[in-house]
Design a protein around this ligand. Structure first.
Ligand code: ADP
Length: 278
């Protein structure tokens, strides 16, 4: 069963039509059990991805503050090897980054073949926070949807599998999570007055997310809106999408590795033969 459908640009969506508490009728225990199975499969697929090195995987995580980007990274990628998986976080651009086009710092962090990179925030900030805070004129951020699509197409046609996840929570859930941080000393480091100020711009952010989804969901770089009020469901849905995206390539990768192994073996045998003859 596939829990979430990809947005590929054929149908426009409105975020308020998507229930952030959706959990496909599962309970937490069932969901966590299924997640564990998927994560074991993901670890195996990642090893094949690395060995075959014919594809790269780019995962984009976006969401309002507290939506769970950090938690997703901690849970969904807990089983993959750090040898070929890393996180790239995008913050307020440095002066050097700001002096370049908005994709300059992004392109440098894209995954090489064989590896997986998780973007914790991404080039989408340049049509989200930048739009909401009016950091550039509208003509500038509007042109970026097309620029993003062209950029993602370039990556995709060069062997990068792109999966983009919007972690979708309700405004009430955000308030609860912000208040929990105030009570929990282990989460106190995450407290920020800016989060409460940003919260006042909730509707502007929802609109900006919606436009980004509707302009930049493509067959080669689909967006998924992930109901994220239940953290266990969020983890399950993302794990499932990752596995279902990589699984169809398993045979191709195995074939390639087998052929490579045979070739090497033939060379080893030839070397031995030469040695024995001399
Ligand atoms: P996070 O919230 O991701 O854990 P921070 O608290 O350091 O990490 O927040 C990073 C900040 O950088 C966010 O407020 C985000 O909107 C901002 N940011 C990221 N990219 C850009 C950008 N291109 N322009 C302006 N601000 C950006």
């Amino acid at each position: 069963m596939t829990y979430l459908k990809p947005l590929d640009g054929t149908k426009k969506i409105q975020l308020h039509d998507i229930d952030p508490s959706y959990h496909a009728g599962l309970d937490k225990e069932e969901g966590e059990k299924r997640s564990a199975e998927l994560l074991a499969e993901l670890a195996e697929l990642q090893e094949l991805l690395y060995a075959a090195s014919t594809h790269a995987v780019l995962i984009v995580l976006q969401g309002i503050d507290t939506a769970g980007k950090d938690g997703t990274i901690r849970h969904v990628f807990s089983s993959v090897s750090p040898q070929s998986c890393r996180v790239a976080s995008f913050k307020v651009p440095t002066p050097e980054e700001a002096a370049h086009d908005f994709l300059w710092r992004i392109h440098k962090q894209t995954p090489a073949k064989g590896s997986m990179v998780i973007f914790n925030r991404s080039h989408y900030e340049d049509v989200l926070v930048v739009r909401v805070h009016k950091l550039v004129p509208e003509t500038v951020w509007r042109a970026r949807y097309e620029q993003i699509n062209a950029f993602e197409q370039l990556l995709a046609t060069n062997g990068t599998l792109i999966l983009k996840f919007l972690l979708h929570i309700s405004k009430e859930e955000q308030e609860q999570r912000l208040r929990e941080r105030e009570k929990d000393p282990t989460k106190a480091w995450k407290l920020s007055v800016a989060d409460w100020k940003e919260r006042e711009l909730w509707d502007d952010y929802q609109k900006a997310f919606e436009d980004a989804l509707n302009h930049c969901a493509t067959p080669f770089a689909p967006w998924y809106v992930v109901p994220s009020n239940h953290k266990w469901f969020r983890n399950l849905a993302i794990a499932e999408i990752l596995v279902e995206t990589l699984r169809p390539l398993r045979q191709e990768w195995l074939k390639q590795l087998e052929a490579r192994g045979k070739e090497e073996l033939a060379q080893i045998k030839a070397l031995r033969k030469d040695k024995d003859a001399s």
